[in-house]
Design a protein around this ligand. Structure first.
Ligand SMILES: [Zn+2]
Length: 489
C-alpha cells in the first residue's frame, strides 16, 4: 500500500513542479469525431481527480475540456451514413449532425457533456472551432511559422522520412469548398496565400480570418501555452517515445517558451461481458452504456480505485454483482470508521456530490435481483438491476414468478409442498426459521432435500434453481406463495 492516494500524489507533484500559483490549470480534451468511447472517459476522470485533489489541498483550479472540433473529418464512423464521405476534409464542426439538428461535432459533444454531468464532472468546455474563428491563436501561429525550421528539426528526430522542404506546421481550410485539400503558396507576416484542389485561390490575413489550423503536434503545445496548462493526461498514442507529448514538450519550450504540463499516461480500458460491441458496427461503448447498469458513484469508484497507468476491464457480466458488493462494503467501512486512509480517499473521490453525512440506505444488488423480478423494487439501483437483467445477466439469474403449475410433481414433492403451505399458513417465519423448516419438512415427508428444493423452485419460478428459497418466499410474500401452493394437487 502506498502512502498517498494516486490522485493526491499527482496534485503534490503539480504543486512541486509548477510552484506556487494563484490558479492551476488542468486540461483534457478530444476530437468529437464520433461517439466518445468509455476509454476516453478515463482521460477526463483522471483530470477530474487531479482537480479535486488540488482543491482538497486548498488550491484554486481551472478545469478545462477542449473540444477539438476544428479538426478535420477524417473517416466516416460505422454508425454514420456513408454519404458523409463527401465531407471528408472539412472540419467536424462544419458539417451537419448525422442525427438531428446542429453540427456533427455538436451532436457528439452534447451526448458526452450530458453524461459527464451525471458523474459529477463539470469542466469548462472550450470549443476550438470558436477559438479559431475568433483568431485567438494568431500570435502563436506567427511564432510557429517564424520558427518552422526548428519545429521541423524536432519532429524529424523521430521520423523515418524527413518532412518535405515546403512543410509548414499548419493547414488551411478553403474558403470556397471548406475542405483542407489546400496548398500554401506563400506566407508573408500574417498573410497567407493558398490554392485548393477545388480550383479556388485565396489570400488572407490570419489575424482576421480564422481558417488556419496548426497541425496536431504544434497545436497541442500552442494550446498549453495559451491556456497555461499545468496538468494533462494522455493515452498510449501520445505517450510513446517520439509521440506527440514528447515532441510537444520540446516545441512548447523552444518555440513558445512554455514549460509543458505535468503529464500522466493512462492505460486503455477494456469491456468484459455483455453485448458484443463489434468495432465494425461502430457501436462503441460509451459512458451512458456503462451508466445503464452502474450507479454514477460506482462508475467513478471503478476508475478511482485503479491507478491510471494500469489497464482494467469494465464488467457487464456477472461480476457486476461483485463490484456493487465491493463498493457497498467500502461504504460500510467508511461510515463505521474502518476504512484505511487510502480507502477513505477512494470513497470520497467516488462521490458525485459531497460525501453524505449519514450512510445512504441501500439494498444489495443481489437482493434486488430477486425483488426486481417479483415486481417489488423501486428506485435508482433497482433500475440498474433491471437493465442488467434484461441486457447482460446470464440465464441463471433470470426467473419469472409463476401463476400456474406447469410441471408434474411426484407424490413426495406434492406432500412436502403441501406441508410447506400449512407451515406458512400457521406461522410467520424469519428467513433462518423458514430455512430450518424446509429441513423439518423433508425429514417428516422423507424426501430428498434436493428434490424438495427443485419442486419448490419449479412451482414458484418455473425452473429448478433460483435465489435463496427462504428469502424468495418471504420477498414474494407468504399470501401469494400459499395461493400458488394450493394449486399443488
Ligand atoms: Zn476548395
Amino acid at each position: 500500500m502506498e502512502k498517498f492516494f494516486w490522485a493526491d500524489a499527482i496534485a503534490d507533484k503539480i504543486i512541486k513542479e509548477k510552484g506556487k500559483k494563484k490558479q492551476y490549470v488542468c486540461a483534457s480534451g478530444i476530437t468529437p469525431s464520433g461517439t466518445i468511447h468509455i476509454g476516453n472517459f478515463r482521460e477526463v476522470i483522471t483530470t477530474d481527480l487531479a482537480v479535486r485533489a488540488l482543491k482538497d489541498k486548498g488550491k484554486n483550479v481551472r478545469f478545462i475540456y477542449s473540444w477539438d472540433d476544428y479538426d478535420r473529418f477524417r473517416k466516416v464512423p460505422a454508425n454514420v451514413s456513408k454519404d458523409y464521405e463527401k465531407y471528408i476534409g472539412m472540419s467536424v464542426s462544419g458539417i451537419p449532425s448525422p442525427f438531428g439538428k446542429g453540427s456533427y461535432a455538436e451532436y457528439f459533444e452534447k451526448e458526452f457533456e450530458k453524461s459527464l454531468e451525471k458523474v459529477g464532472i463539470k469542466p469548462e468546455f472550450i470549443r476550438q472551432s470558436l477559438m479559431h474563428k475568433k483568431c485567438k491563436y494568431a500570435l502563436l501561429i506567427k511564432k510557429a511559422l517564424d520558427k518552422k525550421n526548428e519545429i521541423k528539426k524536432i519532429l524529424n528526430k523521430y521520423r523515418k522520412d524527413s518532412l518535405k522542404k515546403s512543410w509548414l506546421p499548419l493547414n488551411v481550410y478553403c474558403e470556397k469548398c471548406k475542405k483542407d485539400f489546400t496548398k500554401i503558396i506563400n506566407v508573408k507576416g500574417y498573410i497567407i496565400e493558398y490554392e485548393c484542389d477545388c480550383g479556388f485561390k485565396g489570400k488572407f490575413d490570419y489575424r482576421k480570418k480564422g481558417i488556419v489550423k496548426l497541425s496536431w503536434r504544434t497545436d497541442w503545445p500552442a494550446r498549453w501555452t495559451y491556456e497555461k496548462v499545468d496538468f494533462e493526461p494522455g493515452g498510449i498514442d501520445h505517450s510513446v517515445q517520439g509521440g506527440s507529448f514528447m515532441t510537444g514538450k520540446e516545441i512548447a519550450k523552444k518555440i513558445f517558451n512554455y514549460s509543458a504540463p505535468l503529464y500522466q499516461f493512462y492505460e486503455w480500458v477494456r469491456i468484459k461481458g455483455g453485448k458484443e460491441f463489434a468495432s465494425s458496427s461502430g457501436n462503441v461503448v460509451n459512458l451512458n452504456d456503462v451508466l445503464e447498469i452502474y450507479e454514477p458513484e460506482i462508475l467513478r469508484y471503478i476508475f478511482v480505485s485503479t491507478r491510471p497507468n494500469k489497464g482494467f476491464a469494465i464488467s457487464f457480466d456477472n461480476d457486476v454483482i461483485k463490484i456493487y458488493d465491493e463498493y457497498d462494503d467500502l461504504e460500510h467501512r467508511y461510515y463505521e470508521g474502518l476504512a484505511s486512509a487510502q480507502e477513505k480517499r477512494i470513497y470520497e473521490l467516488s462521490q458525485v456530490k459531497e460525501v453524505a453525512k449519514k450512510k445512504p440506505e441501500k439494498m444489495s444488488f443481489k437482493h434486488l435481483i430477486t425483488l426486481v423480478q417479483i415486481g417489488k423494487a423501486k428506485g435508482k439501483r433497482a433500475k440498474k438491476v433491471k437493465n442488467w437483467l434484461e441486457n447482460y445477466a446470464s440465464e441463471d439469474f433470470r426467473f419469472e414468478l409463476q401463476e400456474k403449475i406447469k410441471i408434474k410433481l411426484d407424490t413426495k414433492q406434492k406432500q412436502a409442498l403441501k406441508a410447506l403451505k400449512e407451515s406458512l399458513a400457521v406461522k410467520d417465519f424469519t428467513e433462518d426459521e423458514l430455512f430450518n423448516e424446509f429441513y423439518n419438512i423433508c425429514e417428516a415427508v422423507d424426501i430428498d432435500v434436493k428434490e424438495f428444493f427443485e419442486g419448490a423452485y419449479e412451482v414458484i419460478i418455473g425452473k429448478i434453481k433460483g435465489p435463496r428459497l427462504a428469502s424468495l418466499i418471504l420477498a414474494v410474500g407468504k399470501g401469494k406463495i400459499i395461493k400458488l401452493l394450493e394449486k399443488v394437487k
